[in-house]
Design a protein around this ligand. Structure first.
Ligand code: PMP
Length: 406
């Protein structure tokens, strides 16, 4: 390995350099990749040492923050949605087409990055309570950004509904055929005013919640990668659901190969999924809170926790065996712990996943291998989640029990 080749052996002089040929011959990443798209996927599976040592289980995490376009798991999804739309002739690179999306941020950042690489315009709608660095980054990428007040999915000004409506306005004003259904005469009256960008190219609503290119990206990428990285041996897979794409895609790939695998939903406080689990009706949310007026999800955690069964959650919900509810206090404590003990600086949804992974380890008992996901980095969450978590001090002596029971 690289380590063996480049480190001088004990009896060698420390000044001795490894031979050039040894370094050239060391196994490395695939040679040259084609553009920024080539930096997506094949992320490392990281053994979290502190959590593994403390639980007696092997706690492994897919380092999705190392995806190279938007630095989150959403790179896989954005690329998959764009490529499928291109195959279907809905999007044509460098043609002035605009990609519309409703997103808590990560998907928008991945789409906006890939839009630049492929010659599209990105128009991103996101709730105004999400961390400001995400919308600042989107603006730097040249995306059009609408920060809309948080509103339930049944309301017209909800961020997802706004993105869909804008795509329809674009369709109506450009006159070009597209996969977005053209608006009816009644709908037209209700649509936002077109802006200048909407006279060029087609408008495409990416629709990460309902677009099944999402779970397929994890079925074809994340799942097979982690199966291979684990040599086919893992006992549990733990993940949150924002659209449900990750948990559904990975579970659909792994369960047929590993029938004994436990799939665990990590759910933040305030999420409708978990509340229903509490009532004993696993994920039967179709009739549900859709009609109630309230905030989407009441938590400081960004990106996960949903109040309805999306197409992407539906695709795998039968494969979910268990759910763990995680409070904001636990997520904040875990985020600090991972910096203090392991130097791993992650965002809020990853912290939720790690709490649920530890709880799953405790439930299964020592000797099991539990795999989870580190969806994005803490740098996307400085102004909100990490502002609450505070700075990590010098010598810290936190106990895992206090983190898990925070
Ligand atoms: N973490 C973050 C930071 C996210 O943005 C999302 C998706 N919105 C998720 C986790 C959840 O992934 P999925 O949509 O695949 O359920």
């Amino acid at each position: 390995t690289y380590k063996e080749l480049s480190r001088p052996k004990q009896d060698e002089k420390a000044t001795e350099q490894p031979r050039t040929n040894d370094l050239v011959a060391r196994p490395g990443p695939p040679t040259i990749v084609e553009g920024i798209e080539g930096c997506i996927g094949n992320t490392p599976l990281l053994r979290i040492k502190s959590l593994s040592d403390e639980t007696g289980c092997e706690i492994l995490a897919k380092a999705e923050f190392l995806n190279g376009a938007g630095q989150s798991s959403k790179d896989r999804v954005a690329l998959s949605m764009i490529e499928i739309a291109e195959e279907q002739g809905i999007l044509t690179p460098h043609s002035g087409d605009t990609i519309y999306e409703g997103t808590s941020g990560s998907t928008g950042i991945s789409l906006a990055t890939l839009a630049r690489a492929k010659g599209y315009l990105a128009h991103i709608c996101m709730p105004s309570d999400q961390a400001i660095e995400k919308s600042n980054l989107l603006l730097k990428l040249g995306a059009i950004v609408d920060r809309v007040p948080p509103a339930p999915i049944v309301e017209k000004d909800n961020f997802v509904n706004r993105a869909r409506a804008l795509a329809k306005t674009h369709t109506a004003s450009s006159g070009l055929p597209t996969a977005s259904t053209p608006p009816s005469a009644e709908e037209k009256a209700d649509l936002p005013e077109p802006d200048e960008s909407m006279t060029r190219g087609r408008g495409f609503f990416a629709d990460q919640f309902e677009n099944e290119a999402n779970w397929r990206a994890h079925y074809e990428g994340t799942g097979p990668e982690l199966y291979a990285q684990c040599g086919g041996r893992l006992d549990a897979f733990v993940a949150g659901a924002g659209t449900g794409g990750t948990i559904s895609g990975v579970a659909r790939f792994l369960k047929p190969l590993l029938p004994k695998l436990t799939v665990v939903l990590a759910d933040p406080q305030g999420s409708g999924l978990f509340n229903r689990v509490l009532y004993g009706v696993m994920f039967d949310l179709k009739e549900r809170e859709g009609t109630r007026r309230r905030r989407q999800v009441d938590t400081i955690v960004e990106g996960i926790g949903i109040n309805r069964v999306t197409a992407n959650f539906e695709a795998g919900k039968e494969l979910v065996d268990d759910a763990v509810r995680v409070t904001d206090a636990q997520a904040l404590a875990m985020a600090r712990w991972l910096v203090e003990k392991d130097g791993i600086f992650i965002g809020s949804s990853s912290a939720v996943n790690c709490i649920a992974a530890v709880k799953t380890a405790r439930k299964l008992g020592p000797g099991h291998r539990i795999v989870t996901v580190l969806s994005d980095s803490g740098s996307r969450h400085l102004s909100r989640f990490w502002a609450k978590a505070g700075d990590v001090g010098g010598a810290v002596d936190t106990r895992l029990e206090d983190v898990v029971n925070a």
